[in-house]
Design a protein around this ligand. Sequence first.
Ligand code: UD2
Ligand code: MN
Length: 566
Amino acid sequence: VNRNSESQQIQNSSGFKSPAIARDHEKQPINSKYLVQRNSSIVKEKNTTLVSVKVSERDRLRHLEKLAPPDAPGEFGNPVQIDRRKLSPEQQKRYDELFKRNSFNQYASDMISVHRRLPDIRNPSCKQETYPENLPSTSIIICFHNEAWSVLLRTVHSILNRSPLHLIHEILLVDDFSDLEFLKTELDEYLAENGKGKVRVVRTPKREGLIRARLLGYGEATGEILTFLDSHIECFPGWLEPLLARVAENHTRVVAPVIDMISDRSLACGGNEIGNLGTFEIANMGFNWLTLNKTEKAKHGQSEPWKTPTIAGGLFSMNRAYFTKMGTYDHGMDIWGGENLEISFRVWMCGGSLEIHPCSHVAHLFRSMSPYKWGKSFRDILRKNAVRTAEVWMDEYKHIYYERLNYDLGDFGDVTDRKDLRNRLGCKSFGWYLKTMLPDMKLPETALYSGEVRNMEKGMCLDTMGTTAGNKFQAIPCHHQGGNQFFRFTVNGHIERDSACLTDQDGSLLYVLCKRNVTKWEYTQEKEIRVQNTDKCLTLSSRTLSVLPCNNGLNQKWTWTRKINK
Ligand code: UD2
Ligand code: MN
């Protein structure tokens, strides 16, 4: 009853209403075994007495378990558009709760078959590729924390339905300490019946985060190749063979599919790829996508994999023995984030390669915010994982990131064994990696000193006062908080922050864009800030800054918060 009125609200792109799949469900009796065992209360709803409150998740969503007719909601990746205003108050409540719990529209997902079909979006030239019969098989590792039933199972069935079964050695689902009851009580039984004998669930004894959860799955895996996937993905036809073929050909390749988007509102899944290459930003250690223009794309060809500086992290195949040899993942990383850059740097610097295969497409449900609890603060965890990566892999470039943290690195634990790993593997430098993989990346000049610039006479500090480039410059009392009082003295003699520099203009101190012919300074033994090869020094009188003949006075002596030791 309930479900039918919900389904009235659906309208997919073909204008289709009241989907057959939902009607079909009405005919299907709810398994009485479950009702007796699990339902305790009787509720009244719309003049009908229903025994329903604690229907098991599996029973509630049993209508999803089969291949739906082609015009059912979401089939072929079509969007499921729900007009929330037309739902009943109870339905609205559930719609909102489910959205909040997942950061995506579970209400819509629960209307789509877990076996939904997807179009074949491969480039025609990919369809002509042939692959060896005897490709090695793969262990697929998917970790999850409180994933929605319909989304998790659609992930699993999209793999089972669209991969040659002999290439799947096993699917390992790693439950990272979910507290949703049905994931603990109903999942194993469902998969025993519907997993084609391939799926196994393993569980972490406490919340570990995705890095250690994946490592637990790795410890259980016995396939020749490992394939990591997120728990809210759908595989397109032909996704697996290209990945396995590339790894089989050369075991040092780490190969990722093209990642397409699943809409967090309508669950539409039609093949719009999110980006072409992975890069990152040192100053915040964030992953970014790069989009190639048409010419660059054409250069790569239609079915040839291309090299990528970094991977997004969630989806890739890698030879299992090579994963072991290369030091798996950093076990000291918590919950989420950073492991993708860590493995990217490591693979390139230690002799392997990362690539994206244009013939392999997997869709991923991107959410605008993280739905689960992080325990500690979000910022602390991201910082810890990023600092561990920077400490081990980034050599002197780590300072670019650390400066932004104001050298407040937090407790990042012990990284000795990761440094040992780097030595053992004889890896190249981070400078080599940047030069080779990201030659166009804009980097700030290396700093020799950074922090606040404090006058020794009056304890005043250089301060931008929020001014923009092109203005005169001031000093005010030091506040020790970085911010507007944060500067860098670079190897090239520039005093800069972001893209602005301090320059001497006829005795006045100006703040200008670094591009122009700015002053080169020298920080002397006597703690003067001198214009290079002159006798002129940065001078403070009252709050005014000027550049005057050096006189060895305290008002011409300055200290920096830190000297950067490489
Ligand atoms: C991206 C990656 C993700 C991971 C992350 C950085 C893609 C498509 N996704 O963010 O795989 O590399 O960047 O760390 O490239 N999970 C747990 N326990 C936790 C938290 C998460 O098991 O404590 C699971 C989660 O259910 C999911 C996977 O780990 O299956 C990745 O988490 P996510 O989906 O929140 O990460 P995402 O896609 O935002
Ligand atoms: Mn994800």
